[in-house]
Design a protein around this ligand. Sequence first.
Ligand code: CO8
Length: 248
Amino acid sequence: MGVAVMQFQSPPVNSLSLDFLTEFSINLEKLELDRSCRGLIITSAQPKVFSAGLDILEMYKKSPEHCAEFWKAVQDAWLKLYGSTKVTIAAINGSSPAGGCLLAMCCDYRIMADNPRYNIGLNETQLGIVAPFWFKDTMANVVGHRETEKGLQLGLLYNAPEALKVGLVDELVPEDKVLSTATETMTKWLAIPDHARQISKSMMRKPTVDKLLANREADTANFVSFITKDSIQKSLGMYMEMLKKKRS
Ligand code: CO8
């Protein structure tokens, strides 16, 4: 029925490295041009994690040039997924913090594994960094202004039941049913004539997409100057240490 399933496969935690994002964008572009493809399901091939978000190592102790290149790849992936004309469904079979949550929020529909140990949200402030305006806009378009204000300031990671309650995900199902439910849901969405659905999608999303397109350069410059600050680098370093200690 023309549905692509993309399984993230970048062990251990599907962090969004420059390579990952580049390949992701190329695949999205190919699907966009493929008229036989009408829908896309994104999911993870890794156990317990959908995506750990942006690869912190791409932003830690890297040159401003590298940071700029990385950031453009993040923008590109968002523009392609958020602006996709296909039906997009996130089959969230594990935790999905920060950039992982962003990818899920770009989709038309979100199905998450009903497991309170899995969480999802824009937790950037917990790392001492700030989610840019288009992350914020994407979240506000999903859960509304008030929940976004709270979620962003506190860097909230919602467990699966909480995420359902605030509307960050649309449905919780048992872990082994996430993909099959995504496929069933896709069938319902594909019953709608493409052109009417696509115009409706674009009507809802175009202002948000246009805002980044009009400010891409400034957004990149802003990211680079922020992320290369000593104090921010220190926060990232401490956060990485904390992730490592958590295991030992
Ligand atoms: N980047 C790089 N490495 C990571 C990341 C990451 N995002 N997440 C985890 N890792 C590494 C860990 O350090 C660990 O490495 P090692 O094996 O060398 O110790 C390995 O991956 C495995 O991680 P865990 O042991 O923590 O795996 P678990 O299965 O226990 O947990 C989680 C999985 C829940 C995903 C957990 O790893 C986690 O919480 N990760 C951090 C997630 C996070 O906070 N990401 C935020 C990234 S920032 C972002 O996406 C948006 C930035 C916007 C920038 C705006 C600036 C202006």
